[in-house]
Design a protein around this ligand. Structure first.
Ligand SMILES: *Cc1c(COP(=O)(O)O)cnc(C)c1O
Length: 366
């Protein structure tokens, strides 16, 4: 096996920060890698591959339709385009033609976030015209309702920790407003965990990222109601072509999803079992104290919280910089570094990497 770290002089990264796009998001489970290998080394009638995997996913989720696409971002652009074009082949070939007048996509202002690219860029890529509802700090059902015109194509909702949470209408509120006005709701739930919940909520189009909670390869998943899913699938002959997904990743994501639905991700209990000896060894490093903490949003995720002691000659910022600048780059959760605190997320860290982290900290702080 090639060592691509060596071949291309790449930095070996230990990801103790969580699911970060800048680090490559997830490690894919081996069963999904096997599926990708099968995809890579065989041929398919591509439309059949897309349709059958979509049908299978719909059965698992209880949705009317589903399709695997190249990313959640591609899913946003193609959902918007599909809903504007409503199945017209002329629209697929002329997506920005002025005869398609219903292009307004209403999004709560506090949800027009930059997750790596702004939501509005993907909406505009699909031919949508962004209409923000509410204000930076609030959006109610009424705020959405007052922006609806005869040019509105859909309501767009972003369920994400990136978005403003306070004084924000709920997903359920958004479905109610949309359906009251006979409009579809597009839900960007890219990094969320519970897929079936959104099918039960009767949401028209739901978007997940394949490589986040689902731990699949780079891909996106769209599921929801007909005819929307069919309209969106048509985009593969138009703008969707520039966002094409390979056969290997269609099979990889489908397999990763099956694994995720059957076995979930690592349980909180298992994380604690792996964390306990790690925290013990971290507490032997001079000038730091380590303890177990639960995810601030209350998810079943446990992490090691490290506090740099006042007697240390190096502050947290210096320690974090040295962790990243070593021969192996160690990435952590840094958002509290001003307070002398950082966290280690172990979801993608094995015991060998834990030893590397502990030893590196000893080297830095001794
Ligand atoms: C990560 C993310 C996306 C994009 O997912 P990709 O699959 O990387 O395109 C979209 N929306 C939100 C809210 C995200 O967190």
């Amino acid at each position: 096996m090639n060592d691509f770290y060596k071949d291309y002089s790449l930095k070996h990264v230990i990801n103790a920060s969580g699911k970060m796009t800048i680090l490559g998001v997830s490690k894919v489970p081996s069963i999904a890698i096997e599926a990708q290998r099968f995809g890579d080394t065989h041929f398919f009638e591509m439309s059949e591959l897309v349709n059958r995997t979509g049908e299978q996913i719909s059965k698992w989720l209880g949705s009317q339709g589903a399709v695997v696409v190249n990313s959640a971002s591609a899913a946003i652009a193609q959902s918007v385009a599909g809903i504007i074009g409503q199945g017209s082949m002329h629209h697929v070939y002329h997506p920005f033609d002025e005869r398609y007048t219903n292009r307004e996509i209403i999004i709560p202002k506090g949800q027009n976030v930059d997750y790596g690219t702004p939501e509005e860029v993907m909406i505009e890529l699909g031919g949508g015209k962004v209409v923000e509802a509410g204000y930076a700090n609030m959006c109610s059902k009424e705020h959405i309702e007052m922006m609806i015109t005869d040019k509105t194509a859909a309501i767009f909702y972003v369920k994400s920790h990136h978005a403003v949470q306070k004084s924000m209408l709920s997903v359920k509120d958004a479905v109610e407003v949309a359906h009251k006005h006979n409009l579809p709701l597009i839900l960007d739930a890219a990094a969320e965990e519970d897929l079936k919940k959104y099918v039960e909520m009767d949401i028209d189009v739901v978007i997940f990222s394949g490589a986040k909670a689902l731990e699949g390869p780079a891909s996106g998943l769209l599921f929801g109601k007909q005819p929307y899913i069919d309209w969106i699938k048509l985009q593969s002959r138009g703008i969707g072509r520039s966002m094409k997904i390979g056969k290997e990743n269609i099979l990889g994501l489908t397999t990763a999803l099956k694994e995720y639905l059957e076995n979930g991700t690592e349980s909180g209990k298992s994380m604690i079992n792996r964390l306990t000896p790690f925290i013990e060894s971290l507490n032997k490093v001079p000038h730091i104290s380590a303890k177990q903490v639960q995810d601030a949003a209350g998810r079943e995720i446990y992490r090691a919280e490290i506090t740099i002691q006042p007697d240390s000659s190096k502050n947290a910022k210096t320690v974090l910089k040295e962790l990243k600048n070593g021969k192996i780059a160690i990435y952590t959760r840094e958002y509290r570094s001003n307070e002398g605190i950082f966290e280690l997320d172990i979801r993608a860290v094995d015991s060998e990497e834990m030893n590397i982290i502990t030893n590196k900290l000893k080297e830095i702080l001794n």
